[in-house]
Design a protein around this ligand. Structure first.
Ligand code: ADP
Ligand code: AMP
Length: 219
């Protein structure tokens, strides 16, 4: 595969567009996207043990405990050479665990892409976000609405609002991000793999900026 060996982390506040950009890159270049949020939401939907443990944290906009998340990521990246991580790591402990895991294999991260978006824009984006509960596609009722009223363009399923996309929970998620996750910027800066990208503007323009820092050959 042409793009083997990309081990990318997407960092940024909730609503920055990490999932949107990770999906586009994943489709375009065939690199596996691993979104801890998507995996947890699917587990909650199925009512699995993982879902039962995670639900109360997610509903409150708090972080799911590190041990659960680190175990999940270990499973997901087992035997995989290239990946895009969306929503992980979110704490220093998670970042250290990831570094240790990759160091054992001699295959460290290649890029950490920090997508920066100011808080006011985040609240605007998240209150208008809708997702497909069936295939996970993400829409925005203001910026990128579905073609047919609140139905998924891909599979026709009625779209839903995430239970944590309520304004009070969004505020808490922003607080949790500022307290636990923003410090990862310093953790990765100085490792020579950190890139900041402006997340404002059209989705395709943000994608071009990301491709530029990844230096992925355009097709
Ligand atoms: P994250 O994964 O960082 O939480 P998402 O990718 O889910 O963020 O994007 C949050 C919301 O903002 C979604 O409704 C998405 O459609 C929308 N969005 C993503 N990128 C942009 C953009 N460049 N401009 C406007 N809205 C965007
Ligand atoms: P996201 O889809 O990335 O916005 O994540 C939704 C929710 O899932 C978060 O608010 C957390 O409760 C939980 N979550 C996702 N990823 C992680 C992680 N790396 N560490 C802890 N909790 C997480």
């Amino acid at each position: 595969m042409a793009h083997n060996g990309y081990r990318i982390v997407f960092l940024g506040p909730p609503g920055a567009g990490k999932g949107t950009q990770a999906s586009l890159l994943s489709q375009k270049y065939g690199i596996k996207k691993i979104s801890t949020g998507d995996i947890l939401r699917e587990a909650v939907r199925r009512g699995s043990e993982l879902g039962k443990k995670a639900k109360k944290y997610m509903d409150a906009g708090e972080l799911v405990p590190d041990d659960i998340i680190i175990g999940l990521i270990e499973e997901q990246i087992e035997g995989i050479d290239s990946f895009i991580l969306d929503g992980f790591p979110r704490t220093i402990r998670q970042a250290e665990a990831l570094d240790d895991l990759l160091a054992e294999r001699g295959k460290p991260l290649t890029h950490v892409v920090f997508v920066s978006v100011p808080d006011e824009e985040i609240v605007r984006r998240l209150t208008a976000r809708r997702i497909c509960p069936n295939c996970g596609a993400v829409y925005n009722m203001v910026y990128s609405p579905p073609k047919r009223d609140e139905l998924c363009d891909v599979c026709g399923t009625p779209l839903v609002q995430r239970s944590d996309d309520r304004e009070d929970v969004i505020r808490n998620r922003l607080r949790v991000y500022a307290e636990n996750t923003a410090t990862l910027i310093d953790y990765y800066r100085g490792k020579g793999i950190f890139y900041e990208v402006n997340g404002l503007g059209r989705v395709e323009d943000v994608l071009s900026r990301i491709e530029e820092v990844l230096k992925v050959q355009r097709t």
